[in-house]
Design a protein around this ligand. Structure first.
Ligand SMILES: C[S@@+](CC[C@H](N)C(=O)[O-])C[C@H]1O[C@@H](n2cnc3c(N)ncnc32)[C@H](O)[C@@H]1O
Ligand SMILES: [Zn+2]
Length: 406
């Protein structure tokens, strides 16, 4: 098949894919090649797709049935074709894109892997497509929303098109709103106020999850995150959905707010949609800033994450080492306290040299606190210690050895 633009054949995972030859669309160094090409393909998101393969395989093994999947914003089809090709137990993948050229390329890619029987390609608006599958027995086991920017415009129709017990995966690349650079845009899209804190990526995941839970609740659907992460310039969540008013009520119990002090790094939670909060920081007296409503519940199902890690260990993904390390960090933090402190930020603010993270963590543990690393930041420590105790742990690392022994 011929296309009116230059293409090349690449291999991602174990799947051969024809993609636009990105180099041909870069006219100047500031050009972002994926968005210049007539059909979307971003090689930098390979890890996102690798993890989708691993997460879907883990989910399939957990539920033990054949899966019907949907990728309503498929671009060149690399994700949908990989899911059909690389995940055992997938019966069908419906791919869709509003661009006729993208749909044509996705169809070509499905044929290239001999997957014409296992795939369907549509060319329409994603919400229209999902609405066609909203009736009982037509719904999908897995829906993967991987859009430009925010997934919010597709949440409603995705929730109506996913079956009871199914899995939804959402990518959000609109980090400026979610991380508090454009707070009004975040309130408009996600119904929650962000904060430009050092742990804004965790807050971004929580804003997205709360938005999903709120959208689901109106249909008496509860949501349960099984795997969430941030990487590169996006956040991603995987959540199972369960029908029932009680399930919806239970997931709304995870709604609440984070209060943050920009003077001393103190943070605390206020649970409930209508939580009341104190105005001033209990540690230093400065005004507290509020983020939310957002999801205060767990971001991970630790068993699901461990199964994902096993699948990576025994698999042959090209980016295996990085993915294994990332999931290992996630397993370590899956049941650890809310939010993390970034040691460099604290040292910067108080004019201190930066001690090794491992030493600060060990010091905190010696004082009886939990302290683990987080995949969200290589400089972060996830701990239940108050900000004053974290500062103290840093200071102790900076004292001369003789003083420490006293
Ligand atoms: C970020 S790209 C998808 C990348 C793809 N999921 C992957 O893993 O490579 C977003 C795609 O959504 C398509 N799109 C944008 N608006 C749409 C809509 N309303 N309905 C369907 N597709 C749409 C664009 O044409 C584009 O191909
Ligand atoms: Zn304070």
């Amino acid at each position: 098949m011929s296309f009116r633009f230059p293409t090349e054949t690449i291999t991602e995972g174990t799947t051969r894919i024809v993609v636009p030859r990105l180099g041909a669309f870069v006219k100047q160094s500031s050009d972002y090649a994926p968005s210049k090409a007539p059909v979307f393909y971003n090689p930098a998101m390979a890890l996102n797709r690798d993890l989708a393969v691993v997460a879907l395989q883990t989910y399939q093994r957990t539920v033990g049935r054949e899966l019907v999947c949907c990728e309503p914003l498929a671009g060149c089809g690399v994700r949908g074709v990989r899911l059909a090709n690389e995940v055992e137990g997938v019966r069908k993948v419906v791919m869709n894109d509003i661009s006729p050229e993208a749909a044509k390329l996705a169809e070509h890619n499905a044929r290239l892997s001999d997957l014409a029987e296992k795939t369907e390609v549509a060319n329409q608006d994603a919400n229209l497509l999902l609405s066609r599958y909203a009736a009982p027995r037509k719904r999908f086991d897995y829906i993967d929303i991987d859009p430009f920017g925010s997934p919010v415009p597709y949440l409603d129709s995705a929730l109506r098109a996913v079956r009871d017990g199914g899995l939804v995966a959402l990518t959000a690349t609109d980090m400026a709103p979610l991380c508090g650079v454009h707070p009004k845009a975040c309130v408009r899209k996600y119904g929650g106020k962000p904060l430009r804190t050092e742990y804004c990526h965790e807050l971004a995941v929580r804003l997205l999850l709360n938005c999903l839970a709120m959208q689901a609740a109106k249909y008496d659907i509860g949501v349960q995150p099984v795997f969430s992460y941030s990487d590169y310039n996006y956040v991603r969540v995987y959540a199972t959905v369960n029908y029932g008013a009680k399930q919806a009520d239970r997931s709304l119990e995870n709604t609440g707010y984070v209060l943050h002090c920009f003077s001393c790094f103190h943070r605390e939670l206020a649970k409930g949609v209508t939580a009341s909060f104190r105005a001033d920081c209990p540690e230093c007296g400065s005004r507290l800033q509020v983020a939310g409503p957002l999801w205060l519940g767990g971001l991970w199902n630790v068993e699901f994450c461990m199964r994902m890690r096993d699948a990576v260990r025994h698999g042959s993904l090209r980016g295996k080492v990085k993915i294994f390390q990332m999931i290992s960090l996630i397993v370590g933090e899956a049941e650890a306290p809310f939010t993390y402190y970034v040691i460099d930020k604290i040292c910067d603010k108080f004019g201190l040299p930066v001690p090794p993270l491992s030493k600060v963590s060990a010091e905190l543990r010696k004082s009886g606190y939990q302290a683990v690393r987080t995949h969200f930041s290589s400089k972060g420590v996830r701990t239940d210690a108050p900000a004053s105790a974290v500062r103290e742990a840093i200071r102790r690392q900076l004292k001369p050895v003789s003083e420490k022994r006293e």
